[in-house]
Ligand binder design. Structure first.
Ligand code: BDP
Length: 726
């Protein structure tokens, strides 16, 4: 192939390439692993001076990957390649390893670091000042290396280091809702990155970069297929494909898991039943587990959605969730696999508040699950709404491992056109006090197993990843993937610290960028709550597609898919009474929580309509009527998008033109959609309140019927050919 040298190029060609470089400066593919050149030269010189030599014996695949990452990072940021050495001879040396790879480390690495922790410290070795990255395992080394690189990416000093860290949660897993035909349920960033057709022959570079990105934030598991599972995934030809992915993930410390369909023994195995107590069914699963482990010796286990939204499950055979989960757990136990059994269930036949159904079904089984079963519970009782109270199960199953399930993909948060930084949502849930063991029983402590050390622990995030060049559709949606990893590692980390790190690693260390952008990121989720579902409103989006506003929806397939079921607006007022005079869902919480949310004196405005039905003239803390307060929030929310976009406008020139422009355009779309939400909702609720929209506010652009008749075709995230209309 002809090589083009710049020398031989004519001027127009050079200009053409320069233009391309300029326009396509950054498409976001590298995520937070940009490793951009450090432009502050004294700082770069100081780093270089401390990293002249390297002792990093790397035999295993994982250590080799960690070493390659370190070299890529140092090369990108500092144009530096430390000299590989065996002895500390001179200059400053970075020494990296485990007690197995470096004898000297047997006394340095404390057991308390566990199997994934690491330490990074400055030490005097042979009278020479060295930087040490040490861990008990290769996985720990890898996390240490990524965190060391983060110090440089965020321009931290490295001359006096003394850090140690370890994960507080064992299973830190991304759940992909990816179908085998490459559509993604609730996916807004293109198609599935798993190219099942080309696997196992073609191992895309994306799989490697995906694994690198996950390892860099401590994620150690990936469920590659949709919870609404296809039995085919367990067939030999697909297991070969899964094996190829597992082979890539392994060197980054990531185990692969599969969502399994409970009826697989029938659909795939040709059995007459999938009854979990049937010996032939038990044997089928045990054999299947043995087979999977032959392909993938470190296979993680199964994720199961059973008896929910039409999926088969043990109840289809008159058995319980415990019967079903324990049967699968027995099949996996000899191989040390786990079952992540979802608590997202709500039953058609039970005419009870949907809020209460998971608790009603699972609470009776507390302590009845095998040790390798973990119950995966969504953060809130309904379904990933912009704001939900924490799920009552977190305070109700002290003898059962509970795995947090957050949703990174923005099913209810504006898809991938709205900038919504989700870490404040995660933190709000994690820091809620369940009172399960008295005051100070935050959800975070429950899921970390603080109250029952015997339990396994986990956190899952429904992935927001697809084939879009920038992986997540919106450059800022990457921050949700990043924040999830950081908070799964340590649920008590601050959203502000995480946002600052992410901005520096992804864009620039320039404080003139980081500080204002971090500010609006931290505010962004509250703004979205304001223009979509203020004051505790929930589930009022477009039916099925969940796109745009649909508070008028009252004819969906079942009552609890209707918006009217949730907001209960009428001429008397609005909100869902879940106190003793209503559905009494509050009784599923500890008495302190029930009293706090149940009492109008203490219930914060943010949760008001989750728990109370109040008159339109109800006097709010602000002094406004409930109606005026609602209108105020809708307008404030939409206005905040305008403010955010003005701030963004001032960032021009501080980052690459490509991502600057993309975000600028996205913010305009977000503003339009936020305005639609605002106008549609205030006009709709006004038909009940019959009260005016304050004269200070701009009038809604169109009449209510306009919004009600808006049609959206081929909305992403619902798969197949079906297009749904509002
Ligand atoms: C809801 C989604 C649906 C999922 C379901 C689940 O609308 O597509 O299958 O949750 O979590 O949020 O199983």
């Amino acid at each position: 192939m002809a090589k083009y040298s710049i020398k031989n190029m004519c001027l127009p060609a050079l200009l053409f390439f320069a233009a391309i470089n300029n326009v396509y400066a950054d498409n976001g593919y590298k995520l937070w692993l940009e490793y951009n050149k450090i432009t502050n030269s004294p700082l770069a010189a100081a780093y270089r001076q401390q990293l002249q030599y390297m002792i990093f014996p790397a035999q295993s695949d994982q250590l080799k990957a960690a070493k390659a990452e370190l070299l890529t990072g140092l090369d990108g940021m500092l144009a530096l390649k430390p000299t590989d050495t065996k002895n500390i001879t001179g200059g400053q040396t970075i020494i990296i390893g485990t007690p197995r790879t470096l004898n000297a480390f047997s006394t340095i690495v404390p057991d308390s670091l566990g199997s994934e922790g690491y330490l990074i410290k400055t030490a005097l070795i042979n009278q020479k000042k060295c930087i040490v990255i040490a861990a008990n395992t290769d996985a720990g080394v890898m996390y240490g290396v990524f965190n060391f690189l983060k110090l440089i990416q965020t321009n931290q000093p490295i001359n006096k280091l003394d850090l140690a860290d370890h994960p507080r949660i064992m299973y830190r897993v991304l759940d992909h809702w990816d179908n085998l035909n490459r559509t993604i349920e609730r996916g807004y960033a293109g198609s599935s990155i798993w190219n099942w057709h080309k696997l196992p022959g073609i191992v895309d570079q994306r799989y490697i970069d995906y694994a690198r990105a996950n390892a860099s934030i401590g994620i150690n598991g990936s469920v590659v297929n949709n919870v609404n599972a296809d039995a085919l995934i367990l067939s030999p030809s697909y297991l070969l494909k899964v094996q190829a992915l597992a082979n890539v993930f392994r060197r980054y410390g990531i185990r692969i898991y599969l969502s399994v369909k409970f009826s697989s023994p029938v659909e795939l195995g040709g059995l007459k039943t999938a009854d979990p107590l049937d010996p032939a069914v038990k044997k089928w699963w045990a054999d299947k587990a043995d087979e999977i482990y032959r392909y993938i010796p470190d296979f993680g286990g199964f994720l199961v959605k059973a008896n929910s939204e039409g999926q088969p499950g043990p109840q289809s055979y008159g058995r319980t969730h415990a019967d079903g989960a324990n049967m699968l757990a027995d099949a996996l136990a000899p191989h040390h696999g786990i079952v992540m059994w979802r608590a997202f269930v709500y039953d058609n036949k039970v005419p009870d508040d949907r809020f209460k159904q998971a608790y009603n079904e699972f609470k009776p089984f507390d302590g009845k699950f095998k040790d390798n079963v973990i119950i995966q519970v969504k953060n809130g009782p309904i379904d990933f709404q912009p704001r939900e109270p924490f799920h009552p199960l977190f305070g109700a199953m002290p003898n059962t491992p509970l795995m947090m399930e957050f949703q990174l993909t923005q099913e209810y948060l504006g898809f991938s056109t709205h900038l919504v930084y989700e870490a404040p949502l995660f933190a709000e849930c994690l820091q809620s006090d369940t009172y399960t063991q008295g005051k100070g029983s935050a959800v975070a402590r429950v899921i970390k197993g603080d109250f029952n050390k015997k339990l396994i622990t986990g956190m899952a995030g429904v992935a927001n990843i697809g084939t879009d060049l920038n992986w997540c559709g919106h450059p800022f949606a990457q921050a949700n993937w990043y924040a999830f990893g950081r908070m799964a590692w340590n649920p008590d980390q601050s959203p502000a610290v995480i946002a600052a790190d992410w901005l520096k690693m992804t864009f620039t260390n320039d404080a003139g960028f980081v500080s204002p952008v971090k500010k609006f990121m931290l505010q962004s989720r509250e703004n979205t709550v304001d223009y979509m579902t203020p004051l505790g409103l929930h589930h009022i989006m477009g039916v099925s597609t969940h796109y745009g506003p649909g508070p008028w929806t009252d004819n969906a397939g079942r009552p609890d898919w209707n918006a009217t079921y949730y907001h209960r607006a009428d001429s008397a007022g609005i909100g869902f009474d879940r106190t003793g005079t209503g559905s009494n869902a509050l009784s599923q919480y500890a008495p302190e929580v029930k009293a706090y949310w149940g009492n109008l004196q203490t219930c914060p405005d943010e949760y008001l309509l989750w728990f109370h039905h109040l008159s339109w003239t109800y006097k709010m803390r602000s002094g406004r009527s409930l109606w005026d307060e609602l209108v105020h929030h809708y307008y404030m929310g939409a206005d905040s998008v305008k403010q955010m976009s003005l701030t963004w406008g001032k960032m021009q020139g501080k980052i690459d033109a490509e991502r600057f422009t993309e975000v600028k355009q996205l913010m305009q779309v977000q503003l339009n959609e936020a305005t639609t939400w605002r106008d549609a909702c205030v006009l709709y609720f006004q038909t009940f309140s019959k009260m005016p929209i304050g004269a200070a506010y701009p009038k809604p652009q169109y009449p209510l019927n306009y919004y009600k008749s808006m049609k959206f075709y081929y909305v992403p995230g619902i798969g197949g050919n079906n297009y749904m209309t509002n």
